[in-house]
Ligand binder design. Structure first.
Ligand code: DQA
Length: 149
């Protein structure tokens, strides 16, 4: 079964407690459970990780180079700052989906630029935590079709 890495950046461990007006009340464990359930129906395996440390996200992207068919990444604030995460993603050959729970384009100007987007095959923002499941479906169709269409 294809393996999909779902990677989450800094402060997303506080999901559900942190600024619920922006990010909602669901926790990251809820998101992981929903993704695991969907993965079963789509016949894929997932590795779901969160870290507040940039290097850990980079190490997981490197791991995905060896064993991953796709990466779904919410790099959180590193989205807007991390050239190192962009470079790591560029070293990965499969589909990359960028997810943001909030609509970053409606927020502060510093959230409008994304390094991840320079590599991502698709971007989902403002769909709440449901965005992860949408990204998972898209990643699977890209793996299955092996085409960008
Ligand atoms: C976020 C948006 C980022 O700007 C922010 O730094 C986050 C979460 C989102 O999911 O909406 O931590 O990636």
């Amino acid at each position: 079964m294809p393996l999909i890495f779902i990677l989450n950046g800094p402060n997303l461990n506080l999901l559900g407690k942190r600024q619920p007006d922006i990010y909602g009340h669901e926790t990251l464990a809820d998101v992981e459970l929903a993704c695991s359930r969907l993965a079963k129906t789509l016949n894929v395996d997932i590795r779901f990780h969160q870290s507040n440390r940039e290097y850990e996200l980079i190490d997981w992207i490197h791991e995905a180079r060896e064993s991953g068919a796709a990466i779904i990444i919410n790099a959180a604030a590193f989205t807007h700052t991390s050239l190192a995460i962009l470079d790591a993603l560029k070293a990965f050959e499969g589909p990359v989906m960028e997810v943001h729970i909030s609509n970053v384009h409606q927020r502060e100007a510093f959230r409008h630029h994304s390094y991840v987007a320079l590599r991502a095959d698709g971007v989902i923002a403002g769909m709440g935590t449901e965005g992860y499941q949408l990204a998972l479906r898209r990643a699977v169709s890209l793996i299955d079709n092996n085409t960008p269409g």
